[in-house]
Design a protein around this ligand. Structure first.
Ligand code: NAG
Ligand code: NAG
Ligand code: NAG
Ligand code: NAG
Ligand code: NAG
Length: 559
């Protein structure tokens, strides 16, 4: 073979190689990206995210409290009058979460930890002072009356007497007392003395919604969470809460500990739903996909609390392998059969694995759509959680009172995740705390009250990625498209080289024919074209690397 042809063939092979690697890369690049994620995403003591997770000080998190100032407590027992509320606030605190007692378990790829939260008042971002006075339902009295419902007549009477002497239906306290410092109430002391055997009682000597919570590990429970090291699909998934994979607060299978612990999600999110274990409610909460949004220049999937969580008869399909969580006395088939027969009427009974969640979340009575009963999770106090201003709730709830103005942008509870990596971009955690007030036969203070889900306060915990994290994320997200474009370009460049070589070899065999042909075409167009192929290596030094081995020049001149 002549040296020139050898060169051309070598080049041709290089071109083919480029093309093939481009095509192969096109197919394998997603795996390469996944490999990068497998290195970056799991939580280990060495991973970049570890320090931020351990102490969220760097992440901007603001907790805004809004209270409902009750303007007409004296009218509660007057028929036809509704409680009226004026929203006051926000009282804004910077929140910081610290993980403590962190123990990694490499044997089962989980990490155990406790968490404690700190709140720091931020007067600049607040609309009001901590010393502002709020007219507030007497929650201690309502809880006491609720608790003694099944006590003896004598006990109920003594409570009734005490309440008449000591309390009214409302109290006036400062924001600080209602939240963190708490206030004393003789009923609390009495309640602590008169506990039933074995009953869980709150460790409080004062009442305040966040009393003792600042800096304490006592409130969120003990977490055991998968780190995703073995399998990214497990990343951030709750395994055990308080050392168990079920709780005692709801009936099976609603008592299963499941969902994300709230900070990590496996990559490749779909446009359906996500579930988060929510310690404050002692249950998982489902967020449904609502659309895509841009946040800090990154496209995200937004998920919000909706009907699946707020409804009182949500159906859910359980895979058979989750049968381990069902009542021990029944097999899977028995369980489904049992549910099957109780949900006959109008429901879709084709699928025996689908159960009505209302049957396990309504412990006893069901609440209307939009309020979640957390009585069992709150030492028997009749607490109910909803979205602020009863947003997405049964209209009955806001018609019982005046002053509720539900609004999508202000009151929805949403989470935005970057779908490829599962990294949270933007979170607005918003819940309203309500207390169920109901008439009581034996406690005089509550004899003639209407049954009302009483709005007390709501909070808005906003957090999201820092600029730094967003920047890293944007770089990481370039990788898949860069890989794709890179491989396509490589394939095209390879193909062009191969074509040029093919043409060049052809030209070497019959260049005159080609030039002739071109001249003809040129004449035909009324233009004079001249294709000049200059193979510089023919005359140039073989080893002159600076000169291109092949130049293709087409000169076109007007005739
Ligand atoms: C919470 O505790 C921290 C540190 O102990 C303290 O600086 C902060 O003021 C406390 N916040 C409230 C609202 O009491
Ligand atoms: C709440 O209402 C009471 C009585 O109407 C009033 O004195 C108090 O200033 C109000 N609080 C705020 C923060 O506006
Ligand atoms: C993993 O192992 C640790 C230590 O033995 C244990 O505490 C934890 O509950 C285990 N988690 C799971 C999901 O098995
Ligand atoms: C709320 O839950 C408690 C305890 O689980 C139950 O006794 C009560 O009937 C429920 N109330 C409503 C209104 O759903
Ligand atoms: C469930 O919610 C709906 C809508 O709020 C309400 O009409 C219904 O009474 C509730 N179901 C039960 C069993 O309470």
């Amino acid at each position: 073979m002549k040296p020139l042809t050898t060169k051309l063939v070598t080049l041709g092979i290089v071109g083919l190689f480029f093309s093939f690697s481009g095509i192969i890369m096109c197919f394998f690049w997603p795996h390469v990206f996944y490999k990068i994620l497998s290195n970056e995403l799991p939580l280990t003591p060495r991973s970049r995210i570890f320090e931020i997770w351990k102490d969220t000080n760097e992440i901007p998190m603001n907790m805004e409290f809004y209270f409902f100032n009750w303007t007409n407590p004296e009218e509660l027992k007057i028929p036809g009058k509704k409680p009226n509320f004026i929203e006051v606030g926000p009282y804004t605190f910077k929140e910081k979460i610290e993980k403590v007692n962190i123990v990694f378990h490499p044997e089962n790829n989980t990490v155990s930890f406790d968490q404690r939260k700190f709140w720091y008042f931020d007067p600049e971002k607040s609309n009001g002072k901590l010393s502002d006075k709020i007219v507030h339902l007497n929650v201690v009295a309502v809880s006491a009356a609720h608790k003694v419902r099944y006590w003896s007549f004598f006990m109920q009477n003594s409570l009734s007497f005490m309440l008449d002497k000591l309390s009214g239906i409302h109290i006036v306290k400062t924001v600080d007392e209602l939240l963190f410092t708490g206030y004393e109430d003789p009923l609390i002391t009495m309640g602590q003395m008169a506990v039933d055997d074995g009953e869980e009682i709150p460790p409080y000597d004062r009442f305040g919604w966040f009393y003792l919570r600042n800096g304490s590990t006592m409130f969120d429970g003990h977490y055991n969470m998968a780190t995703g090291e073995d399998n990214l699909n497990n990343l951030g998934v709750m395994k055990n809460w308080n050392y168990k994979d079920t709780t005692s607060y709801y009936k099976t299978p609603c008592n299963v500990v499941e969902g994300s612990a709230g900070e990590f999600w496996p990559p490749n999110r779909d446009a359906k739903e996500i579930t988060i274990w929510t310690a404050d409610l002692c249950r998982p909460v489902t967020y449904e996909y609502t659309g895509t949004v841009m946040h800090k220049g990154i496209l995200g999937y937004q998920y919000a609390i909706g009907e699946k969580t707020l409804g009182n008869s949500t159906k859910r399909h359980y895979p058979h392998d989750q049968a381990k969580y069902f009542e021990r006395t029944t097999t899977t088939e028995d369980f489904f059969d049992a549910k099957h027969s109780t949900t006959e009427s109008n429901e879709n009974i084709d699928d025996p694995d689908t159960i009505n969640m209302g049957q396990c979340y309504c412990n006893g009575e069901c609440s209307p759509m939009g309020v979640i009963n957390i009585t069992a999770c709150r030492y028997g106090a009749p607490g109910f959680v909803s979205l602020p201003h009863f947003y997405k709730a049964d209209p009955i709830l806001r018609e019982q009172v005046t002053g509720m103005k539900p609004n999508e942008t202000k009151h929805s509870f949403y989470i935005t995740l970057e779908p490829n990596t599962g990294v949270p971009l933007d979170v607005a955690a918003r819940f309203q705390i309500n207390i169920l007030v109901q008439p009581s036969l034996s406690v005089a203070l509550f004899r003639d009250v209407p049954k009302i889900y009483f709005p007390i306060f709501w909070f808005n915990l906003k957090s999201g990625t820092t600029e730094n994290l967003a920047w890293s994320l944007r770089q990481l997200l370039i990788v898949p498209s860069a890989g794709l474009y890179g491989s396509v370009i490589l394939a095209i460049v390879g193909a062009i080289i191969v074509i040029i070589i093919a043409v060049a070899i052809y030209v070497r065999k019959g260049p005159k024919k080609l030039i002739l042909a071109r001249r003809k075409v040129g004449a035909f167009n009324g233009k004079k074209s001249e294709a000049v192929y200059m193979d510089t290596t023919i005359t140039d030094d073989e080893h002159d690397r600076s000169s291109p081995s092949l130049q293709l020049k087409i000169q076109t001149r007007n005739s």
